[in-house]
Design a protein around this ligand. Structure first.
Ligand SMILES: Cc1ncc(COP(=O)(O)O)c(C=O)c1O
Length: 320
């Protein structure tokens, strides 16, 4: 039994693996796991925020529904339904005594074959991993980050389904992020194969022009972010006009404000894209960021149902 609160530790001691809570070091993955070799898995990234009512998990069900949809596309057999996986996340979070956390559900094909038809041979493993996560881009990210347009293009949805959070899809993001950070930037924006703006390596892109908020949709080969959907609802609450449609590099250049959304990135303003520097005054981004940070801790009465308060679920956590 762990009795030490873990809020300052990076990695949590208890994970959930294939139906049971286990200590992290007891979880064994075969070196020939298919997912390790070919990226044949799907995952989610979810945050739990510290609140006066204990850890609150932001849009847990929405994330786990996307997880189930992603798994289906890759024919991964989850064995647990969305309700059961949500309950397992709550139980393991409570077991870890975490006040806040980054939660990483992962389903992947395991051992047995090097064949590229894993569905016929390999078991599906499901892991729920927990760790701490502060500012994704580090201290001061709320003042803006420096972003490069990537020389790598976003994969076409005709090659891989962009709305699926597939493990192997992130090789594209890794190449773009590596290039950007090697050149001294914090992040990259990928254009799709038609040269339109797609998204960041792990974020959706919004621009503000003359008070109108604009973002693209799945037709631009993006992952449809849960944060993106939340920000669109918050914009409606704040009566900010919204347009959904393709974004060009010209739209980025002409914008008054540009920001990223994502579970890890939250709402992060862009200071510059390559040589284009944006004004430090960003009223729309600032208002939406504040609204988002209220919503994630359950402080927005209009969206109380977005937050699952883990300790109030009355779960009796048991370790194996
Ligand atoms: C490629 C990509 N786009 C967008 C997002 C934002 O998605 P969400 O807001 O659901 O975290 C993510 C993060 O998961 C991502 O990896």
């Amino acid at each position: 039994m762990s009795s030490v609160p873990l809020k300052h530790m990076e990695i949590a001691p208890y994970y959930w693996f294939d139906g049971a809570i286990a200590r992290r070091e007891k979880i064994v993955v075969d070196p020939f796991a298919h997912g390790l070799h070919y990226g044949t898995g799907v995952f989610e990234g979810i945050r739990a925020y510290a609140t006066p009512r204990g850890p609150g998990i932001f849009r847990l069900r929405d994330h786990m529904e996307r997880f189930a949809r992603s798994a289906k596309v890759y024919s991964l057999n989850l064995r647990w339904d969305v309700n059961e996986l949500c309950a397992a996340i709550v139980e393991t979070l409570v077991r870890n005594e975490l006040e806040s956390a980054y939660i990483r559900p992962l389903a992947f094909f395991g051992e047995k074959t090097i064949s590229l038809a894993p569905v016929r041979h390999c078991p599906t493993h499901v892991l729920l991993a927990f760790r701490a996560l502060g500012n994704y881009f580090g201290a001061g990210q709320e003042n803006g980050i420096r972003v490069a347009i990537s020389p790598w293009r976003k994969f076409s949805s005709q090659a891989l389904p962009s709305t699926v959070k597939g493990c192997g899809h992130y090789a594209n993001s890794v190449l773009a992020m590596t290039d950007a950070t090697e050149r001294g930037f914090d992040e990259a924006i990928l254009l799709n194969d038609r040269g339109e703006v797609a998204e960041g390596t792990g974020e959706n892109v919004f621009v503000v022009k003359d008070g109108v908020l604009r973002t693209n949709d799945a037709s631009a080969d993006i992952l449809l972010g849960v944060t993106r959907a939340s920000v669109l609802e918050l914009a409606k609450d704040l009566r900010i006009p919204v347009e959904i449609g393709p974004l060009s590099t010209g739209d980025l250049a002409a914008a008054d404000e540009v920001f990223f959304t994502g579970t890890a990135a939250e709402v992060t303003p862009l200071q510059c894209i390559d040589d284009r520097v944006y004004p430090a005054e960003r009223p729309v981004t600032t208002a939406l960021r504040a609204a988002y940070m209220r919503a994630v801790t359950g402080d927005d009465p209009h969206h109380g149902d977005w937050v699952t308060f883990a300790r109030e679920r009355g779960v009796v956590a048991r370790a194996v």
